[in-house]
Ligand binder design. Sequence first.
Ligand SMILES: [Zn+2]
Ligand SMILES: [Zn+2]
Length: 430
Amino acid sequence: MIKSPRGTSDVLPPESAKWIYLEGIVREVARRYNFDEIRLPTFEHSELFSRTVGETTDIVEKEMYTFKDKTGRDLTLRPEGTAGVARAFVEHGMASGPLPRKFYYLGSMFRYERPQAGRYREHRQFGVEIFGSPSPHSDVEVITLAMDIAEELGLTGTELYINSIGCPKCRGPYKEALIAYLTPHIDELCEDCRSRLTRNPLRALDCKSERCKALVAGAPSSLDYLCGECKEHWDRFREILTAVGIPYTVDKSLVRGLDYYTRTVFELKWPPLGPAGSTLCGGGRYDGLVEQLGGPPVAGVGFGMGLERMLLANEKGEKPIQAGGEIDVFIVCPKGGEGEDKGFEREARLQELARAFRRKGLRCDFDPLQRSMKAQMKQADRMNARFVVILGEDEFRSRSASVRSMRHGWQKTVPIEEVLATIEEAGQNG
Ligand SMILES: [Zn+2]
Ligand SMILES: [Zn+2]
């Protein structure tokens, strides 16, 4: 038997109905904030990620699905969404159009990592990006958008963690301070952090190794090294959060594991998911990213949100999405007896009737195998039908059918032409 690859998952009905609902919510909240959808390829040139996410990050060093195509191009299944959106922004010359531009995306991301609850090797992600606004108002805007999604999904009590990691100007002195702090402890660092120490010491700050975590707890904070402009942005950002009543916690160890981030980084957490997996979404600024990809200097800010994690949270929250549910009408039409010319005429009316319901927007089904009356009534029960229409031999002889409300138990026999009207009349209450 061939199974799905490790770290992937099949979404089966009725679970898939939850996904449709969830995707509807994120699209709707993005619409309210005036973001438009951007649809991009699921694979890109590998160089896009090594140049922006960073050569010395876990994602690029260990987690990418990279392959050569038949002509030897070096391609990678996208491990995250922002680099691709920035690539498209530059490629289509959007910097010379009206700014800011606001995009959202929805799609699969691929990372080769250890599968765990709410974390897969192929996972669905929703993300937003704003290009062309260095204003801290945009930082706050993407954060409130994420909070609104969480709220729509019944996740009350989300917690916002923020930090600023500065710009390339203030990064230099900060890196030096970090290297000076870590060098005496070089033997205590994990192998990765040791090899990255001089090239990219920031990566030690979000290393998953327990020893590194303990060590960096006392490391210098980027907040103490912010240049004048970064400091101003950081102060203003927090002032706005306070002014609009969003509580936050400054987390000096928060850096996010990607090199393109500048200034603001943030995570939105929901504690009931447990200490390891409580992050619903993470993001920040990437003011140098567009320029790095050959475009003009255009500021950017956004976040990515893992949708498996959101569903997991939703199940534990106050408004769990109801999957599956019910159908509106099930038409019971057992096979005709010898005396009825095998019921061919009745079968034709069955198709007609079902289509009439469907064109009215009702969810309708019938048994194409035309099993016994008893079997079909069972089927209607299993599908949670609100109404059952019985198109039996006896009824049909008098050009009528029986309508039964499964919720209220009433049943009446009406002329075939009136079946649709009878159900519409009974409507939601029936
Ligand atoms: Zn700076
Ligand atoms: Zn480490």
